[in-house]
Design a binder for this molecule. Structure first.
Ligand code: NAP
Length: 283
């Protein structure tokens, strides 16, 4: 029999979620096993149906199902609606609620890790894919002053910018050339990489969307990429004398918000970070 909480994706072998989620459940004395479910796209609908069972708590949703589950749940939270993706499904008395904690996880990671508050700042987000959507949503929520979305495919940056434009919040959309970045990047207090550049096993592990000479020493550079923990982008941020932070904290904080909503209890944050830290150290 399946457990009442877990993460589903396809493939799922690489997931680190059970490590820190289980540590949290154990610390609070909750007798559940946080499982990892390999669910192929053609098994998705059937799997989601099982989440309505009495006693079922929640499922964390990862690639490639974050959009595909939307029509399978009964209700979306405002965050899931705005981001256009679901990374948690909660069972509320047989009713399935789809939520998204990637953006709020990012904001909490930024605050806890660097003490940085994005309210009123100028920021550049590199990338216009799924992670960028969650982060643009979060930065809008946090009240940033100006946002530039820089992406290889400018059309995608433009689409994202116009989708989130509202009132005085009107993101600019540009490409990744040095000329285009020169007008905004050196003046930004926050730079966020959400491209797959730098990602282990990705298109270009040794690449970065920006070099140190265009980064202000007063800036914070956050990389959504979490493997490897030190990317070329973060090295450029450090070479500029700026503050750097890697994506593992966003991953854990998205999970912590999901944990708290699933269990109705405050997560033992230190225990959960210690658990993931131990696994990452041991390789
Ligand atoms: P995605 O939707 O596939 O988007 C990929 C982005 O990378 C697009 O903007 C794409 O640009 C850009 N890109 C890909 N190859 C490139 C290249 N060779 N040169 C320049 N740009 C390139 O992926 P995603 O889901 O947003 O994930 C992006 C990264 O964020 C991954 O490393 C993922 O692991 C990480 N992530 C982290 C968290 C976390 O919790 N820390 C959460 C989600 C994702 P085009 O539009 O031009 O193709």
């Amino acid at each position: 029999m399946s457990s009442n909480i877990g993460v589903m994706g396809h493939p799922i072998g690489h997931t680190k979620s059970p490590v820190f989620q289980q540590a949290g459940l154990d610390e609070l004395g909750i007798a559940e096993t946080f499982e990892a479910w390999d669910v192929a796209p053609d098994e998705l609908e059937e799997k989601v149906t099982t989440f309505r069972a009495t006693g079922f708590l929640a499922a964390c949703v990862t690639l490639p199902h974050k959009q595909a589950v939307i029509p399978l749940v009964d209700e979306l939270t405002e965050a899931a609606e705005a981001v256009g993706a679901v990374n948690w499904i909660f069972n509320r008395d047989g009713k399935l609620v789809g939520h998204n904690t990637d953006g709020t996880g990012f904001l909490r990671a930024l605050k806890e890790n660097t003490g940085f508050d994005p309210a009123g700042v100028d920021a550049v987000v590199f990338g216009a894919g799924g992670a960028a959507r969650a982060i643009v949503y979060a930065l809008k929520l946090a009240g940033i002053a100006r946002l530039t979305i820089a992406n290889r495919t400018v059309g995608k940056a433009q689409a994202l910018a116009s989708e989130f434009s509202e009132g005085r919040f009107k993101p600019d959309a540009i490409g990744l050339s040095r000329d285009e970045l020169a007008n905004c990047a050196p003046y930004a207090q926050l730079l966020v990489n959400t491209t797959s550049l730098g990602m282990a096993g990705g298109p270009a592990e040794m690449a970065t969307p920006i070099l140190a000479d265009m980064i202000s020493a007063d800036a914070v550079g956050y990389d959504a990429v979490y493997a490897p923990p030190m990317t070329k982008f973060l090295r450029e941020v450090e070479n500029a004398g700026a503050t750097s932070a890697g994506g593992m904290t966003m991953l854990v904080y998205q999970g912590i918000e999901g944990f708290e909503m699933a269990t109705g209890q405050k997560a033992p944050v230190d225990t959960m970070f210690a658990a993931i830290g131990k696994v990452l150290k041991s390789g």
